[in-house]
Ligand binder design. Sequence first.
Ligand code: PEP
Length: 259
Amino acid sequence: MRSQVIVGNWKMHGTVAQSRELAQAIRDRLDQPRGAEVAVCPPFTALAAVSAILEGSAIGLGAQNCHWADQGAFTGDIAPPMLTELGCRLVLLGHSERRHVFHETDEEINKRVGAALRHGLAPILCVGETAEERRQGLTFTIVEGQLRAGWAGLSPEEMSRCCLAYEPVWAIGTGVNATPSQAAEVHGYLRGILSDLGSKDLAQSVRILYGGSVKPDNAASFAEEPDIDGVLVGGASLDALGFATIVGRCAAAGTTPKE
Ligand code: PEP
C-alpha cells in the first residue's frame, strides 16, 4: 500500500522570518503526522531556518529546483550538495512555472533529475499539459513525453527513488482544479508508462501526486482515488491550518487499501 504524500510548495513566498513562523505553525499542528508523509519546499533563502525548525519532526524538507552541476560558473543557481547540506531530502523538478516561465527544457530537467539522485535527493518530477494541449486531445502525449524525457537514462533502482506529480498547467494557481476522475485517468496512464519503463512492481510502488488548486475542501476527493497518492499544494500550503487540514483529510481518505 502506498501511503499518502503531501508536499507544500511555498514558491517565491516568505522572508526568512515569515518562513520560520509558517514552519513553526505547521510543526505545531503536524509534528508527527499519521497515515501520511509531509514535506515543505520553502524558498532557497529560508531553507536553513526552516530546517532548524523542523529538526526532530517527521516533516521533510525539500527544495523547489536544483542545478545539475555540483558547483561552477552558474550565477544565481543552486547545486544539489548545497541542498543536502541544509537537510533537504527531496526536490521539485520540472514544475510548470520552471517549464513555462523560465523555459526549462526536458533535457535540462533530465540532467537535474540525475544530479538530484546522485546526491540522494528524491526528485518529484512534475508533468502536465496546458489548457490548449488538453483541448487538442494531447494530454497523454504531453505527460508521456515529459516523463520519458525527464527520466531518460535512469536505472530501475533510480526510478524507484523518484516521485511524480501530475500538475495540469491550467489548474495551477487558477482555482480551477482537475476533477478527481480527470486526474485519476492521467495517473493511471502514467502508471502504464512506469510499467513500460521499469516493471509492474515499479508502477505499483512509485507515488504519483496530484497538484493544481488543491484546497482543504477538495483534498480528500483526490486522495480517495486509488491511483492518486497525495497532493502537491501551492497557494493553500501557505496557511498552516489549511495545510494541516489537507494533510489530515488526505491521510483519512487515503487509508483505503491501494494495490
Ligand atoms: C504548485 O505550485 O505546484 C501548485 C499546485 O499550486 P496551487 O496549489 O496554488 O495551484
